[in-house]
Design a protein around this ligand. Structure first.
Ligand SMILES: [Zn+2]
Length: 212
């Protein structure tokens, strides 16, 4: 493998992220590679510096595994849609192995790869705008969903937990954020550009990735 320094690594990372984001759909025509997703991923990777580049490089082995596993399923994928279609095709809610998810920067939080890349870009933009956003929860396994439902009650019954096996956290598509008033307002004004939506009444901290 040719080493081209941090800039080369960052660019390669952006390519890998873009490919991961794209592999949910049948191979896109080359023209679509010039789209916003790649540009945003490149911007995110270029700005992230050495530590994040190292993290991304480590995470790329998981990406390779996911991509390898995806081969031969194009027929199934062609009928699926949404940012986690590939994951939903392979796994059940809350049963997704860590290697099939991607870390959001070096936060220790994991999401479906397209959501992770988008959240990373969002956090970078927020930081540039002087807004501090913390992540308190991300992917949530089935057992954690059961535990949460026991502790916080089902949303349908006035509580704060989804029925286990149905949570968007179980698809790696939802994040719970630590937001002060300024950050909450920033999210409401800007999150949509990164594909995140505030979709649950009574849970202003809960944001779902629906695709950028
Ligand atoms: Zn949540």
């Amino acid at each position: 493998m040719r080493v081209e320094g941090i800039a080369g690594i960052a660019t390669r990372m952006a390519e890998i992220r873009y490919q991961l984001a794209a592999f949910r759909a049948p191979a896109p025509p080359v023209s679509s590679v010039e789209g916003t997703s790649f540009a945003e991923a490149l911007t995110a990777a270029s700005a992230s510096g050495t530590a994040a580049a190292m993290t991304g490089a480590a995470g790329a082995s998981g990406t390779a595994t996911a991509l390898a596993g995806a081969s031969g399923r194009s027929a199934a994928l062609a009928g699926a849609s949404g940012p986690a279609a590939a994951l939903k095709d392979r796994y059940d809610n809350g049963r997704i192995p860590a290697a099939a998810l991607a870390e959001v920067g070096s936060t220790g939080h994991r999401l479906a790869a397209p959501a992770a890349a988008a959240m990373e870009a969002l956090l970078r933009r927020a930081q540039a705008d002087g807004v501090t956003i913390g992540i308190t929860d991300s992917y949530r396994g089935y057992d954690e969903q059961v535990d949460l439902a026991r502790r916080k009650g089902l949303y349908s019954q006035g509580g704060l937990a989804a029925k286990p096996g149905t949570s968007d956290h179980g698809w790696g598509l939802a994040v719970d954020l630590d937001l002060d008033a300024k950050a909450q307002a920033w999210m409401r004004a800007n999150a949509g550009r990164f594909g995140f939506t505030e979709d649950t009444p009574r849970e202003p901290w809960h944001w779902k990735f629906t695709g950028a």
